[in-house]
Design a protein around this ligand. Sequence first.
Ligand code: CTP
Length: 396
Amino acid sequence: MVLGVTGGIAAYKAAEIVSRLKKLGADVRVIMTKNACEFITPLTLETLSANPVVCDTFERARTWEVEHIALAARADLFLIAPATANLMAKMATGLADDMLSTTVLATRAPVLLAPAMNTAMWEHPATQENRERLARRGVRFVGPAEGHLACGTTGKGHIASVEDIVAQACALLCPVCDLQGRRVLVTAGPTREPLDPVRYLTNRSSGKMGYALAEAAAARGAEVTLLTGPVSLDVPHGVHALRFETTQDLLALALEHGPAQDIVIQAAAPADYRAQEVAPYKIKKADGEPLTLSLVENPDVAKALGERKRPGQLFVGFAAETNDVLAHARQKLERKRLDLIVANDVTRPGAGFDVDTNIVTLISREDMRELPILSKREVADRILDRVLELGAPASD
Ligand code: CTP
């Protein structure tokens, strides 16, 4: 595999990444940009990788210029960690003005980027557009994470942890295809229940857990359909996404697509209530009088699907609770005829809405397994492992 290192303060992490990947048996070829060599010496990475390091400042770069196309072709994975905003911009436009950008342009291997930069740079529309463009072309991303940044601020832009980078690299290098031939339906995100033409009721679901599940299932070879509420996340590579707004829309899609699935995982947070009547015009203020909204109960999508479950189908639900977590979760397991319920206490730091981690307990009829704090992607893989243990059969 090739590891590209660009010039940012996080470049020093490359040393640990190389060392971990070597220990796992990878043959790592390092390419450093000129600026990366200002942050970490090529000698360090040469020693750790036990391979010559290619660097634009090295004299032997000349001869290497011919060889790099061969390496680009031979690579089974192209990881760039850290990846600067500049490198992302170059890749997005196809610029090839140094060894790293030239080699990555010439590769057909899967590309994984671990961006690291200041929060404002990461959030800049130019960087976000580049990220979207690259993601659409199949480039994978790990991070960035929230954290303390070299510029003295705290925010998004910190390089992902070495564990996450190495885990994603391994997943791409040796994909486990244990869900090959299975059809998986995942629901994700909140609903929006309209009140009038400009307002709606919603909740704090970010969709991250559902998207992580869809991504993990697709990476493990499943044919994945994602029913998604309004969220600002990129649809994972190879996943077929259909959008819903309201709980009733979700119910219609779930009833249409549910019967064909082997596994249904319901991570969406459908609103339990909707307005009895949607006002045709914008609701006006009433001179200080209280405003009364009449709400009616929405259908329970999981329950409706549970009632139609065919033998062999395996259904997973979520229970985001604030109190009596396990008792509520067990009741939901029964009421919705689920095989597994993923319970979490959303009041705990590191669990629940809009964070990249989760702390969950997996409850089946037989047992209960408490997981430590993990990234949502890792929680997704643990849920899929458990689903396979519970014996989800493949459809023919
Ligand atoms: N769910 C559903 N339809 C609803 C509400 C929830 O399909 N109208 C699903 C969710 O996708 C989740 C599970 O049911 O997998 C549990 O959701 P939760 O909101 O915790 O449960 P509720 O049944 O709404 O119970 P309550 O709000 O009373 O806790």
